[in-house]
Design a protein around this ligand. Structure first.
Ligand code: SAM
Length: 136
């Protein structure tokens, strides 16, 4: 993905912008950033670990935090259960859904206010995207 990002950035912007792409473990990444974006990673983390991950990512962000997660709703829980019936190696049992109200609280607990929410969905995939801004 880093390679693909480099190719696409060059196509879009040429050599001008000072963009750096690296593969890193999010749990040990450090530094300070204007915006931290983390797309669909929380699906790998149960609630307590998701809370630690959000706290860590929030600590890296000076202004904005954009995260997405698989929402735990009645409909999507049923859909996941149906998926688990299908034979073959399945990732569904390792996919953690999260209640939006809990994720929102994690943002608030780390000094951020919710600015925008969106739903990403295709015929087989759903995730909730939240943009939050640091409270001053
Ligand atoms: C559902 S994929 C989403 C990938 C990508 N963000 C996207 O939107 O296409 C989740 C990814 O999170 C990665 N991941 C899980 N924990 C991670 C961590 N601690 N640091 C970096 N990547 C992690 C997994 O390896 C996997 O590639």
């Amino acid at each position: 993905m880093v390679g693909e990002a480099q190719v696409r950035a060059k196509e879009l912007f040429g050599d001008k912008p000072n963009l750096k792409f690296e593969a890193k473990d999010l749990e040990s990444i450090d530094g300070k950033y204007n915006t931290v974006i983390c797309v669909d990673v929380l699906i790998h983390y149960p609630r307590e670990d998701a809370a630690k991950m959000i706290a860590h990512l929030a600590s890296l962000s000076e202004d904005r935090l954009i995260l997405s997660f698989a929402p735990k709703t009645f409909f999507l829980t049923i859909l996941k259960k149906i998926g688990e019936f299908f034979p073959g190696p399945s990732k569904t049992t390792r996919a953690y859904q999260h209640k939006e109200v809990e994720i929102r609280q994690m943002f608030i607990d780390n000094g951020f206010a919710i600015a925008r929410t969106e739903m990403t969905s295709t015929s087989f995939y759903y995730s909730r995207l939240i943009e939050a801004v640091r409270l001053r």
